[in-house]
Design a protein around this ligand. Structure first.
Ligand code: AMP
Length: 471
């Protein structure tokens, strides 16, 4: 079970946190459409509302009114293909001897089963098979004997994998980012408090200011009076493993992640794509919406090529990727995208998208464009070929479903019937992100992962320097 999600945590000076949490979840809706939830604490009691569905459908006015308290966390969960399981909806909340805990998780643990078995042997009863409950039980157990900071530190040294967490312990709100900073998490200042969120777009929505990213291995505790936050660097690690795919596809283009503006990154990747594999054609078309920033960078670098909107998107159709069957996925692409004949007919065309996963979108688009009279359809992709699954929190399909997992670029071009196909190089991605490739997680394009995963190769040795909690 993987958790591919958006998380948020807010602590205010007196005012109820539920409404700003609700708005910020709206801003993070793209990170998860299966379920939405909020947990708040009013100083005496914890309140929770978690529901399947989109944020706008999951909460009524009465639900928001009932979520009392100036401190709280929220969560949107990404759908896994086919299954809809309410037991994994979040935030996960639990009451135990030393108080109540609420937990929102974005990421995926690689040793959750091991910890779950151990906790189950010592009497912990689990209600779901998700990672988040494992973290909650481990933390609850540590809190029986340790103060908050030490308890979190102990949990951090036990859990391996990717995690950005927002947590409430009674009315204390905190955020934790895994020691390799795989998934994003940032801190923002509001008029009357502070916010932790997966993406800065959630802070903007509340008219707040982005303060900074939470550092890999850092615990940030928001002060109860909304007067600031305290930072504890609990685990130091030499190497990071920031997910490059957040920048390529997953995050909103108007977010800033690890100091980089996502929209600018995508445009720069588009420029690189032209430098590496630009091809002359009459017109460059973005695949909306994900290909837009790439195509604008590509067309700008190309200088004398026409950039046009040749594919209209039906905004009421959701993400095609999550449809359970291939037949439905193909139909959904057709429902979602319709060509504008006048910009295509009789022309040589280059379409630009961020990525090819199963190949459904590109196969359909090449056919559509040829059907309406394109003379030639070239495909350019702003990321390297996706050849392996993601174990770190993005739903990426299994290896045998990935079109590039066992094919060369030429073979993929043949399969999707493109006149030419080129992907961006891995080095170009690292260059644009101004990171060494060793500090990025590129597991889905290399098949080598920052953690030991059964049956897969690790691309690094994990060396951890733990900082004592008292320092
Ligand atoms: P496919 O049609 O399977 O090749 O998927 C490629 C399309 O899905 C591209 O237009 C991407 O923007 C989008 N995409 C890439 N990765 C994901 C993901 N993890 N979840 C949903 N959509 C994705």
């Amino acid at each position: 079970m993987t958790e591919k999600c958006g998380v948020v945590g807010i602590s205010l000076d007196g005012r109820d946190a539920a409404r700003p949490l609700y708005y910020s979840l709206y801003a993070l809706q793209h990170r998860g459409q299966e379920s939405a939830g909020i947990v708040t604490h009013d100083g005496f009691q914890q309140h929770s509302h978690v529901e399947m569905g989109l944020v706008g459908d999951a909460f009524s006015e009465d639900d928001i009114e009932s979520l009392n308290g100036p401190a709280g966390i929220g969560h949107v969960r990404y759908p896994t293909s086919g299954s809809v399981d309410s037991s994994c909806a979040q935030p996960f909340s639990v009451s135990f001897k030393s108080g109540s805990l609420g937990l929102s998780h974005n990421g995926n643990l690689v040793n959750a089963d091991e910890i779950r078995d151990e906790l189950a042997d010592s009497g912990h009863a689990f209600t779901s098979d998700g990672d988040t409950e494992v973290i909650a039980h481990d933390l609850a157990r540590n809190l029986l004997e340790e103060d908050l900071v030490r308890a979190v530190k102990q949990t951090m040294t036990r859990i391996h994998g990717s995690y950005s967490l927002t947590i409430t312990h009674d009315d204390t709100v905190m955020g934790v980012r895994d020691p390799q900073g795989n998934r994003p998490l940032c801190i923002g200042e509001l008029d009357d408090g502070y916010i932790l969120a997966s993406e800065s777009a959630a802070i903007d929505t509340l008219d707040g200011e982005l303060v900074r990213d939470v550092k890999p291995g850092e615990l940030v505790i928001l002060r109860a009076d909304g007067q600031g936050f305290d930072s504890y660097q609990l685990v130091e690690q030499k190497q990071t493993a920031h997910c490059f795919f957040e920048h390529v596809y997953f995050a909103r283009p108007d977010s800033v992640i690890d100091g980089k503006r996502v929209y600018e990154v995508r445009r720069d990747l588009g420029r690189k794509l032209w430098e590496e594999s630009g091809i002359d054609s009459d017109v460059v078309l973005p695949v909306p919406d994900s290909g837009r920033a790439f195509a604008s960078g590509y067309a700008e670098a190309a200088d004398d090529v026409e950039f046009a909107e040749g594919l209209m998107k039906n905004r009421y159709v959701g993400r095609t990727f999550i449809m359970p069957t291939q037949d439905e996925r193909e139909r959904a692409v057709r429902l979602k995208l319709n060509p504008i004949k006048s910009t295509i007919e009789g022309k040589t065309v280059t379409i630009i998208d961020d990525s090819i996963v199963r190949g459904t979108t590109s196969t359909q688009l090449v056919k559509l464009l040829k059907d309406v009279g394109a003379e030639e359809v070239n495909v350019r992709i702003g990321a390297p070929p996706i050849v392996a699954p993601c174990y770190m929190g993005i739903d990426m399909a299994s290896r045998d479903e990935l079109i590039a997992s066992d094919k060369s670029v030429e073979e993929v071009a043949d399969e999707i019937n493109a006149d030419s196909l080129a992907y961006l190089s891995k080095d170009a991605v690292a260059e644009v992100l101004e990171q060494s490739r060793d500090d990025l997680c590129m597991g889905c394009v290399t098949g080598e992962y920052p953690y030991d995963i059964e049956g897969e190769e690790a691309d690094r040795e994990i060396t951890r320097t733990e900082v004592p909690a008292d320092d």
